[in-house]
Design a protein around this ligand. Structure first.
Ligand SMILES: NC(=O)c1ccc[n+]([C@@H]2O[C@H](COP(=O)([O-])OP(=O)(O)OC[C@H]3O[C@@H](n4cnc5c(N)ncnc54)[C@H](OP(=O)(O)O)[C@@H]3O)[C@@H](O)[C@H]2O)c1
Length: 290
């Protein structure tokens, strides 16, 4: 039986994201008033996956709302790796482009690693280039870092969640969420355990977590009795169950146990796009000396 004695804060990721976007918009508008061009994000979409197309539209909309430019490069699903690399190379050499994001997943014939490795690290706003990822691994300062993990760290900071000495458990070991967020938590002096599909007795491991990050994609995997009383619970997962979006955490069950919990809507998602905007502005500043 879960111990329910805690006031749980449901994180308003949208409100936090809007606050940060307002600051970004102010900075962009200051550059405009100095006669500088707007920061520009290039998004590359290969194929016609409707979910990817909708993510790209969301990113473009977010850019224009803070006064940034967004350009789109569309390639057919039949595009070869060479063709995708050529587009990336052209964007690398386009001085008016500050950030390049290649929407994943890519068609099977195209290596996501090769494409990420072809992006100029100065424009690597999705932080998947081996140099960007390697800098995080090696503990070097990085202006650009993975967007969802940056968003998670901003949520923890906003809610005053102590990382120093905390037990952090991350479920999922993807390159875009699980691995980088584990490294960031470790950098914050948490003791980090990384879990995945072969982890034994996941429930007991999760019960030890002061900070629990679920980035899995299994609907409501984390149940109430997996959560340590007072834990900060970050639900990254998004699954579509019969047309309804569901997270990795039983949010209702977490109420009264967790200290904070992110809902699967208006939680981590808006922060991810916000951190993409933040990275694009950081790349712009570094490239133009603004
Ligand atoms: N809200 C956002 O902004 C945002 C951003 C990114 C991703 N997401 C969502 O987050 C979820 C994860 O995506 P991702 O790309 O990070 O990861 P992913 O590449 O989809 O990999 C899933 C991870 O979960 C692990 N896993 C699968 N089933 C498991 C189980 N039953 N128990 C424990 N671990 C299990 C896998 O383990 P193995 O490595 O052993 O296979 C893998 O490491 C998805 O739902 C995705 O849509 C949301």
């Amino acid at each position: 039986m879960a111990d329910k004695a805690q006031q749980t804060i449901v994180v308003d990721g949208l409100a936090l994201a809007q606050d940060i976007r307002k600051q970004l918009a102010e900075e962009v508008s200051q550059y405009a008033s100095q006669g500088r061009r707007a920061p520009c994000l290039a998004v590359v979409l290969v194929g016609d996956d409707p979910a990817s197309a909708s993510y790209i539209k969301g990113k473009q909309r977010a850019c224009s709302r803070v006064g940034m430019e967004a350009i789109e490069k569309l390639l057919p699903a039949t595009a070869s790796e060479q063709e995708v690399l050529q587009v990336v190379n052209d964007l690398n050499h386009n001085d008016a482009v500050d950030g390049i994001l290649v929407q994943l997943p890519l068609p099977k014939a195209v290596s996501a690693y090769n494409v990420a490795a072809a992006i100029d690290p100065e424009k690597d706003v999705d932080a998947l280039h081996p140099t960007t990822a390697g800098r995080l691994l090696l503990g070097e300062a990085t202006e650009l870092a993975a967007c969802t993990p940056l968003g998670i760290m901003a949520i923890l900071k906003h809610h005053g969640i102590e990382q120093e000495g905390a037990n952090a458990v991350v479920i999922g070991r993807s390159n875009i969420v699980g691995k980088p967020v584990s490294l960031m938590l470790q950098r914050g002096n948490a003791t980090v355990t990384m879990c995945h599909s072969r982890t034994r007795d996941l429930q007991s491991v999760c019960r030890q977590a002061d900070i629990l990050v679920a980035a899995v994609g299994v609907p409501r995997l984390v149940q109430a009795d997996w959560i340590k009383p007072g834990a900060a619970v970050i639900d990254v997962g998004v699954s579509n169950v019969d047309g309804v979006l569901v997270g990795d955490v039983d949010t209702e069950g977490a109420m009264g146990i967790a200290s904070i919990v992110t809902p699967h809507r208006r939680g981590v998602g808006p922060m991810t796009i916000t951190m993409l905007l933040r990275n694009t502005l950081a790349a712009y500043r570094a490239r133009t000396g603004a």
